[in-house]
Ligand binder design. Structure first.
Ligand code: ADP
Ligand code: MG
Length: 279
């Protein structure tokens, strides 16, 4: 009985996953978002059509105020669009309400905000552990896993510090560890390298790419930082609330979409390299 149940669950899962490569992790159709009313009304999104495929890192670029953060928030189910449809990992977001939406987000989406949004009373390790604690992990296990992630992004030595005791760049790394700790299938990042120097920005983009991109996973990164454009498989240009151009970047590196290594191995290796560099 138990065995057949497990087999059925396993088969359902593997069939679902086999169907995903080549498809899109995120599909936006005619998405609009209007803030406010009357004279103060702002039309932040004016009909966005966009697809972000599995196995790719999509970069979203465009001038300040063109609607990038609004679009990320809509894709993450944090903001409801005024009209249009958003499908994430095969799930139409407008079909989910309340707790179901919160649960879907918690299990499937990692979000790195432009402001780091760390909780001031919690240590770096506790902040990074939050997605696992929400999923019901024990505190000890969640913090231990969070520390591995902090190691991987180069702030392992500051695991017990409070956010107020960290530099902007260190806080950014903790926010990145928090977004990656539960190995989400969709990772959404708003300007993840804006507070980092060029070398660190490259290390962080490499980690995000290695952990976030896989055959049934996808990453979407908003960035102004032309130094990291090389990491994107495609570059989606926005202007004035619309997508105006999509370029594919054949030379995006390092190619990991067919890499079978589990994220954990990659992180351990990354932590080793990061420690090596700082010695
Ligand atoms: N909560 C909000 N209330 C009113 N206007 C907003 C709000 N959030 C964003 N906007 C406006 O929507 C437009 C797009 O903003 P945003 O998505 O933050 O752009 P970007 O991230 O590309 O800089 C801007 O004109 C901004 O002022
Ligand atoms: Mg923004």
């Amino acid at each position: 009985m138990l065995q057949s149940y497990l087999q059925k669950e396993f088969l359902t899962e593997s069939v679902a996953r086999r169907q995903t490569p080549g498809a899109s992790a995120v599909i936006c159709r005619s998405v609009t978002k209007v803030f406010g009313e009357g004279e103060t009304q702002v039309q932040a999104l004016r009909g966005v059509d966009l697809e972000a495929p599995y196995g790719e890192m999509s970069l979203l670029v465009g001038p300040s105020g063109c609607g990038k953060t609004t679009l990320l928030s809509v894709m993450a189910g944090i903001l409801e669009p005024t009209s249009g449809s958003v499908t994430v990992l095969g799930q139409a977001l407008d079909q989910l309400r309340g707790q179901a939406l919160v649960r879907f987000r918690g299990q499937n989406i990692g979000f790195i905000f432009q402001q780091y949004n760390l909780l001031p009373a919690l240590t770096a390790a506790e902040n990074a552990a939050i997605p696992l604690l929400i999923q019901g992990w024990s505190r000890r296990k969640a913090v231990a896993k969070a520390k591995e992630l902090l190691d991987a992004v180069g702030v392992g030595a500051r695991a017990h510090a409070l956010p107020s005791q960290l530099s902007g760049g260190q806080q950014q790394r903790v926010a990145i560890a928090r977004a990656l700790v539960h190995e989400p299938r969709l990772l959404i990042c708003d300007e993840p390298t804006s507070a980092l120097d060029g070398d660190t920005g490259h290390v962080i983009m490499d980690i995000i790419r290695r952990v976030g991109v896989g055959p049934d996973r996808a990453v979407i990164v908003v960035t102004h930082d032309s130094r990291v454009f090389e990491f994107g498989d495609r570059i989606i240009h926005m202007n004035d609330g619309r997508v105006v151009k999509t370029e594919s970047n054949g030379s995006a590196g390092p190619r990991v979409s067919v890499n079978p290594s589990p994220a954990q191995e990659i992180l351990t290796e990354q932590a080793r390299q990061t420690r090596g560099r700082s010695q």
